[in-house]
Design a protein around this ligand. Sequence first.
Ligand SMILES: [Zn+2]
Length: 308
Amino acid sequence: MKGFFSSQLDQWPLARENYNGLERVMLKDVPMPGGSLVRVQFNPARMRSSAARVDKKSISERPCFLCKSNLPPQQEYIVFYNRYLILVNPFPIFKRHLTIALESHEDQLIAGRFADMMRLAEALEDYTLFYNGPRCGASAPDHFHFQAGARGFMPVEMEVNYLDRKRIAGDGTANISYIGNYHRHTIVMEGTGTDRLEQWFTRIYNILHQMQGKEDEPMLNMLAGYNGRYYTVVVFPRARHRPAQFFEEGKCQILMSPASVDFGGLWITPRPEDFEKIDAAVVADIFGQVSLGEDEWTELLDRLISGE
Ligand SMILES: [Zn+2]
């Protein structure tokens, strides 16, 4: 993967510029009550992603940027598992940032693809995989894809190891818990085998789907990594895509559309005024709006614990 990256950066000026630009992005750490951290990244190159129009009409009117026939001429790919194209993301958040697109143009829906995510996590051990649902930050809701970022840059990757975790269920091969006092509802699944993890994920998915009804898929974001011994999967159930601040005007506006990486504790903001404004109160407020509502969360936990 290192050779793939350096050859892409050699051949592709836009990607090279944007990766070099990452060296200059501003970061600030916002300590949160309860001992967690949110790291804010001011990254102007991400404007097109933060403010992207993802309604059906806008999507249907643009050429799909993940279809092979529309890839920029400089873009190369590695075929994975006969059906995914591993691509260098030319608008990075991470020093190494991949998009892993299904080879065929199919909707962004996670059902039936959990095992693929685990395969990718295992193959890309230096990366954390992430999945953004079609209404939870995916910039191509019409073309299935995962992303992967160099491991160790999102606070949650460390925080799962030391923050207070409450057990939901477990049997040694798979353990399910949630992180207490974390400002967004967060389920952590750990296991040595992917089958049990997939069963747990399916239960979570089905309960959320029943609660949220009609939509194609319940609102969620997800991270996954493999450390050589076991898989860690983090699920963030959602209530909405964008907070009220996104739709404000003038001074009250904050251009945040939280997705997996933001839920992982790395907030990406393309505007300097938002970078300034984001503090612990803003983080807690926005997480509170976009994370699953309290009643639904209680119901989800009750049903997972009782096993019904
Ligand atoms: Zn496509």
